[in-house]
Design a protein. Sequence first.
Length: 256
Amino acid sequence: MTLEEFGVRRESQLQTVPKMFQVVPGGGWWSGPRALNAEAGCARLTDQSVTCSSVVVGSGMPKLMDNAHPEALASTAWLADHLDDPSVRLVDARCDLRVTSPVTMASVPGREAYGQGHIPGAVFVDVMSDLADPENPLVILSQPRFEALMGRLGISNDTTVVVYDDRGGTGAARLWWALRYFGHDAVKLLDGGLARWEAEGRAIERQLPQVEPASFRAQLRPELLVGADEVSEAIGNADICIVDALPEAFFTGQAC
C-alpha cells in the first residue's frame, strides 16, 4: 500500500491530502473505509486539500503507527475490564449534526439511540445542549453549571472518565475537551468508539444506570480556549493547524 494509491502527493517533505479524507491532528483514527492519521504540523488549509508534515495512511480500523498521546485513549479491552470499577465513569456522547437548510444546521442528540442500547453503565450527555450556556448557546457552560452537571453524572475530581460516540469521536471530543478545559485530565476517548465495541461482540444494555451524585470542583484553564481574533491571527501561520469540524457542506461553502 503506497501513499500514491490513496491520492497523496509528495511535495518535498510535505504530503498533500485530498479533502475527501479526514485528517486528525496529533494522531487518532476515524471510522470509514479509508482513514487518515496525521501528526500535528498541518501547514495550510485550502478548498482542495490540507497539507501536513507527516501523514500515515491506513485501511479500516487497524493502526499503522502509535498514537502520539496514548493516554488520551481507552481500549475496548481496558474498558471491558473496568466496567464495574467505581472510579470509572462511562459517558455516551452520541450526537449528529445535520444541515437543515443552506444557512442552518441542527443538532440531533443520540438520547433515543442511547435508550435503545448503550455500553453497560454508561450515562448520556447531550454534548450540544448540556455543555452550552443556556443564556448564550454559542459558548460553553459557566464553571458553576459545569460543576453541577458533572456532579449529576457522578463525576468527581477522582473519577476517570471514558467518553464514546458513534461518529468517529466528534461528539465525544467535545466533552473530552470540556473536562480538560475545566482542569480534569483523567478523561479518555474510547478507541474505535461504539462501532469497535459492537464489532467485537461486546455487551450492550438498555438498563439505565443508578448514578450516585458526586462533588466536582473545576480549575479553569483559559489557555485551552481561543477567540475569533486568535483564530484570525493563526491563519497562514505554518506552526498552527486549523481544523474545521463542522458538517462538510459548511466547509465546502454549499451552506454558510
